[in-house]
Design a protein around this ligand. Structure first.
Ligand SMILES: Cc1cc2nc3c(=O)[nH]c(=O)nc-3n(C[C@H](O)[C@H](O)[C@H](O)COP(=O)(O)O)c2cc1C
Length: 211
C-alpha cells in the first residue's frame, strides 16, 4: 500500500513537473479595449527601417497584444481576430523567437509553449539586420489543419491568412508605438530545422518586433 502511494505521488509529481516544464513565459491577458483609434493607427502603420531597427524588448503585455491581434480568440471558443476559411481554427502557426528561446503561440489558451531554449534569431533572416529584433515572429502554415484542401488551395489560404495576421500585427504595433517589419527573405531550412517542423510546413514569412 505504501509502495502504491509512493508510485502515485511520483506519477502525479512527474505529470505536474512536465506541465510546468513545457509552459513558456507567461502571457498576460491581451488588451481588448481602449488604446489608439483604428483610423489613427492606419495613419501610423509603417515598417521600421531594417538597417536601424529598434532593438528594445517588448513587455509581456505588448507581446500578448500583438499575438492576440494576429490570431487570438475574440468571440467565445470559435471566433478569431482574423477570418479563416470555413471558420476553421487558425491554420497558420505563430512562433516567437527571442533571446530566451523559441515559443509557439497557443491561441486557445492564449499562452506560449516552449519549443527550444536556443536563441535562433541570428539564423532566421537572409538579411543580417533581422537578428537585431528583440522578438521575431515566424509564421508557418499547419498542413494538417489544411488537409481538407488540395495543396495549392491550402497554400493560397495560408498566404491570405498571413496577410491578414501581419496587417493586424502592423496595426497593433502602430497603436502601441512598436517597431515592426514584414520579412520574406529568410533562411527557410535553418528555421525548419530549429523548429523541427515537418516537411511541407515551410514558413511563409517572419515578422520583426522591437521598440
Ligand atoms: C510580401 C512582402 C515581403 C517583404 N519582404 C521583405 C524582406 O525580405 N526584407 C525587408 O527588409 N523588407 C521586406 N518587406 C517590407 C517592405 O519592404 C516594406 O513593407 C515596404 O518597403 C513598404 O514600406 P511600409 O511597410 O513602411 O509601407 C516585405 C513586405 C512585404 C509585404
Amino acid at each position: 500500500m505504501k509502495k502504491l502511494s509512493i508510485l502515485v505521488f511520483t506519477a502525479v509529481f512527474l505529470v505536474l513537473w512536465a506541465c510546468v516544464a513545457s509552459a513558456g513565459p507567461k502571457l498576460p491577458d491581451p488588451q481588448t479595449s481602449g488604446g489608439m483609434g483604428l483610423f489613427d493607427a492606419f495613419k501610423l502603420r509603417q515598417s521600421a527601417p531594417g538597417g536601424d531597427f529598434p532593438k528594445g524588448e517588448l513587455s509581456a503585455q505588448e507581446l500578448s497584444n500583438v499575438l492576440w491581434a494576429m490570431s487570438g480568440l475574440n468571440r467565445g471558443e470559435t471566433g478569431w481576430t482574423v477570418p479563416m476559411s470555413k471558420g476553421l481554427p487558425p491554420y497558420v502557426r505563430v512562433y516567437a523567437a527571442t533571446k530566451d528561446g523559441v515559443f509557439l503561440y497557443e491561441w486557445d489558451t492564449h499562452s506560449l509553449e516552449d519549443i527550444s531554449d536556443k536563441d535562433i534569431r541570428a539564423d532566421i533572416g537572409a538579411q543580417r539586420f533581422v537578428a537585431d529584433a528583440s522578438c521575431i515572429l515566424i509564421l508557418v502554415p499547419d498542413t494538417d489543419a489544411l488537409a481538407e484542401f488540395d495543396e495549392a488551395t491550402g497554400l493560397e489560404f495560408a498566404a491570405v491568412a498571413v496577410g491578414m495576421m501581419t496587417q493586424d500585427a502592423y496595426l497593433a504595433c502602430a497603436a502601441m508605438n512598436l517597431g515592426a517589419r514584414y520579412i520574406h527573405s529568410m533562411r527557410e531550412n535553418a528555421i525548419a530545422s530549429a523548429l523541427s517542423i515537418a516537411e511541407g510546413n515551410r514558413p511563409i514569412c517572419v515578422f520583426m518586433l522591437g521598440k
